[in-house]
Design a protein around this ligand. Structure first.
Ligand SMILES: [Zn+2]
Ligand SMILES: [Zn+2]
Ligand SMILES: [Zn+2]
Length: 344
């Protein structure tokens, strides 16, 4: 059969698959999913998937970790490096598209479940009409389009909620993966907000399974493993009892630890796959926390707590080329209005 050779491989290569895709099946059906389940089970602001043609036999994922996030959907990950490998559903199966060694021109993408984000999530940076930005759907593939005006409305509503004087920012930010094994809170940022950024680097892609990853920088000392410090039953009167349930450390039984290079530690949830932490020994107290775990009041971008840096980092590493998803995000983020103190 003539066709395109498609290789999917995680960072450690434990999960490695090669298929020949008939040219007639290209481009592949693909999605950028903004849904809550994908966000919490991936740790990413948006999850990128490539659906395999129905003529391609289902892979043997039996050596991988599996997590059924619903009766229909099972998520698979590499048990060694933690990369999110893909999903199986009754009617189709898909790879997390960061697993693919190339995606340039191969994916016919749709943005889905924008409704779940409350604030538009990453879709505010992928506006219709900019380059090849995929159409935005409020819910599934067949649902209504999330038009520019709908997204604008979501964004405004979320901003109002954040700035409303009747709803002050809570004294902590909670974070949790889909299964709840990773659950913690963050103290208020040292400066006015935590810096957040998208990262397209090859190592993040291959260890996460996603084409674009999302993180915030925070001091490790701001992490509290007590999920709800405001709850008297878990008060800080006995801080020593809140052991390391969600602490980024190799000894943490809830976390899969993978060293992607010397002194660099990546942690993901052993149960549900979610990326959780990036720790670099050279950076002292600093930790990068997977953005998708954060439970901001205003929505997925958690803008009452974080400030987004302009443009993804390591755009040159984008697996779909400069004109693809990462390039489009860069363009979208570059057009973000500058933070102005007196903006009303
Ligand atoms: Zn989803
Ligand atoms: Zn792996
Ligand atoms: Zn989990």
């Amino acid at each position: 059969m003539s066709g395109l050779t498609l290789t999917a491989r995680c960072h450690c290569s434990f999960a490695s698959f090669t298929y020949t895709i008939p040219h007639s099946a290209l481009p592949l059906k693909a999605s950028l999913c903004h849904c809550n389940s994908c966000r919490y089970a991936s740790g990413q602001l948006l999850a990128t998937f490539a659906v395999m043609p129905s003529t391609i036999p289902r892979p043997d994922f039996s050596r991988l970790n599996s997590y059924a996030s619903s009766s229909e959907l099972t998520r698979y990950s590499c048990p060694k490096c933690g990369a999110y490998v893909g999903n199986t559903e009754p009617d189709e199966w898909e790879f997390a598209s960061g697993m693919l060694t190339s995606t340039e021109g191969l994916l016919d993408r749709v943005q889905m479940w924008i409704e779940d984000t409350k604030d538009g999530g990453a879709s505010i940076w992928l506006q219709k009409g900019h380059g090849t930005n995929p159409i935005r759907r409020l819910r599934d593939r067949q649902s209504a389009e999330a038009t520019d005006s709908i997204i604008e409305e979501m964004r405004d509503k979320s901003q109002q909620e954040i700035s409303s004087s009747t709803k002050p920012r809570p004294s902590y930010l909670t974070a949790s993966c889909h299964c709840g094994a990773i659950s913690f809170s963050l103290r208020p940022p040292p400066t006015h907000k935590y810096p957040a950024f998208l990262d397209a680097c090859t190592t993040c892609r291959q260890t996460s399974g996603f084409e674009i990853t999302s993180w915030i920088h925070a001091p490790q000392s701001h992490l509290s493993t007590t999920p709800n410090p405001a709850n008297p039953s878990s008060d800080s009167s006995s801080p020593s009892t809140s052991t390391s349930a969600s602490t980024p450390h190799p000894s943490n039984p809830n976390l899969l630890h993978y060293s992607s290079s010397e002194g660099v530690h990546r942690y993901s949830c052993k149960t549900c796959t979610a990326s959780a932490f990036y720790v670099n020994d050279k950076r002292g107290d600093s930790v990068d926390i997977a953005m998708g775990l954060l439970r901001g009041q205003g929505g997925a971008r958690a803008e009452e707590w974080v400030e987004w840096m302009r443009g993804p980092q390591y755009v040159g590493d984008a697996v779909d080329g400069q004109a693809g998803l990462v390039g489009a995000l860069g363009e979208g983020m570059g057009h973000l209005p500058a933070e102005e103190e007196d903006e009303d």
